[in-house]
Design a protein around this ligand. Structure first.
Ligand SMILES: [Zn+2]
Length: 238
């Protein structure tokens, strides 16, 4: 790594207040995620933990820890989140609540339509950061039923009309999923929502140099899923 790269990386970490985050992987640091043993940080173990949390959420038995002033000091020492999640910005899709996790457990990127391809460095760089610097072994792309961004993409691509501001550019990122799902049987919106998640998963799996390498070695897993608004249930498809 060139010295300019090293210094810009260090600068970024300092700006983000995350220099202590990498150190959070060292045993003894007491952020919530850091209390999880290494074996339980592996992708399948983390996925099982999230799905167990979702089962609690669905049945109304969430046990999410409430934070107290004493916890804030511990949280400030660093972070070691278990999973990186790209979810829609929809107000009803809150990953920490849906998976019954707490502060420090999840590194979450939220953007309307949970788009990855075309979303630029902000989204992809954030996920790379979660993997390379924070040690996340599971990446999940989480779509959801009745997604307004996906519905808008279908509607406006069909009508070939334009949307104001940057909304049109945003929904155009979902166009490839609209095309892929065009002839699939069943509910069109649900098909496009799933196709959009799958395309985002594939994009991340192939994202060089960090994520593709980690996926190929089996160190990191990328999965897609959808959240059903009417039941609270997350369905994961790999
Ligand atoms: Zn949505």
């Amino acid at each position: 790594m060139a010295s300019s790269e090293r210094s810009s990386r260090r600068e970024f970490m300092q700006i983000a207040g995350l220099a202590a985050g990498a150190a959070a992987l060292v045993p003894g640091v007491t952020a919530i995620g850091a209390e999880v043993p290494a074996a339980d940080r592996k992708p399948d173990a983390v996925l099982a933990r999230l799905l167990e949390g979702n089962r609690r959420f669905v049945s109304g038995k969430s046990i999410t820890v409430q934070r107290t002033p004493a916890d804030f000091a511990k949280d400030a020492k660093g972070q070691a989140p278990l999973a990186a999640i790209i979810a829609c910005a929809d107000s009803r899709v809150s990953p920490e609540l849906v998976f019954d996790q707490t502060i420090g457990d999840l590194f979450v990127v939220r953007v309307a339509g949970n788009v990855v391809s075309g979303a630029g460095a902000i989204v992809k760089g954030s996920i790379e950061f979660a993997v390379a610097e924070l040690g996340c072994k599971l990446i999940m792309v989480l779509g959801h039923s009745k997604c307004g961004a996906v519905a808008a993409a279908i509607e406006h691509i069909d009508a070939k009309d334009s949307l104001p501001g940057e909304i049109g550019n945003l929904v155009s990122l979902i166009r490839p999923a609209v095309v892929t799902a065009k002839d699939l049987p069943g509910d069109r919106l649900n098909n496009v929502i799933k196709a959009n998640v799958q395309k985002c998963v594939e994009r991340l799996k192939g994202l060089e140099p960090i994520i593709a390498k980690s996926v190929a070695s089996g160190d990191v897993k990328v999965v897609g899923g959808t959240y059903e608004l009417s039941t609270g249930k997350v369905e994961v498809f790999e």
